[in-house]
Design a protein around this ligand. Structure first.
Ligand code: FES
Length: 109
């Protein structure tokens, strides 16, 4: 059996910082970021808390298991749970603690 390919994943923070990451096809984005010492927020590691939420800007990520913390409208808006998300192409992903706050509807907007 051949190993899955590595993908180039670019992480983008709200403050404009970016980081390029090589992610194996069977590796989660969060695990790859941890390996490289890039501090992404996380909690449960099972897809239940949404602490690790990112948003896909370009490319393809799939969830390894049911992303229980995301509603269908979040999935439609390309939000992903990075603790259970594995790449299927090179991608760009918005990351950081601010992303989770976007999931909660703001009554003042
Ligand atoms: S760490 Fe809880 S959903 Fe990813």
């Amino acid at each position: 059996m051949t190993a899955p390919p590595d993908y180039a994943v670019t992480l983008e923070w709200e403050d404009g910082r970016t980081a390029d990451l090589s992610v194996a096809g069977d590796e989660t984005v969060l695990a790859a970021a941890e390996r490289e010492g890039l501090g992404l927020p996380f909690g449960c590691l099972t897809g239940a808390c949404a602490t690790c939420t990112g948003q896909v800007v370009a490319g393809d990520l799939v969830h390894r298991r049911e992303p229980r913390a995301l509603k269908p409208r979040h999935l439609d808006a390309e939000y992903v749970l990075l603790c259970i998300a594995v790449p299927r192409s090179d991608c760009r992903v918005r990351v950081g603690a601010a992303i989770q706050r976007e999931l909660v509807a703001n009554p003042w907007k």
